[in-house]
Design a protein around this ligand. Sequence first.
Ligand code: HEC
Length: 161
Amino acid sequence: MSPRAALALAASAGALAAVLGAARAADPPTPVYAQGAATFQANCAVCHGAAGAGVPALAPPLLSYPAHYAASKEGRRQLAMTVLYGLFGDILVDDKHYDFRMPDFARLDDATLAATLNFIVFDLGHAAAGVRPMEPGEIAAERALVVDGAAVREHRKNVAF
Ligand code: HEC
């Protein structure tokens, strides 16, 4: 190989490394709740976005309210109820209105729903230190309730900002 060709090769390898390095830096961090992340991407991202940022006028962002809910008893019930029974009717999130229908995910088991909520609360929402992870038992407790998405919205008035 001529020195010139070798130089060109080295330069393009360098450029490739820079591109790969940039791609790596832009990747989201590895989630703590990896199972929950997988369930979220399969079931929730279609409406809420892969990073939970929401879609204007369709589905709200999940980046701050769920972490806030997870810090109180009624807020934790609200999270469990939302995934078990869905949510509909006008709600306000970060000063924006959403009035669409969140479907229920009662077909997913308690451990799966708890892990999905933990992905939202901790990986996406960076909940404050001291906030406890959602437990499968907290999901199980709300399954006994059997309410609809309108009731879930009523209950939300106790916990929203
Ligand atoms: C078909 C679209 C859709 C899918 C799929 C969906 N959501 Fe939602 N979600 C919504 C909408 C719409 C709302 C707001 C409902 C309203 O306007 O009353 C919402 C609300 C929420 C809220 C309440 C936010 C708040 O501030 O009270 C949480 C938590 C949530 N979704 C989590 C999830 C999780 C977890 C999944 C997957 C298991 C999921 N969503 C799947 C559309 C969706």
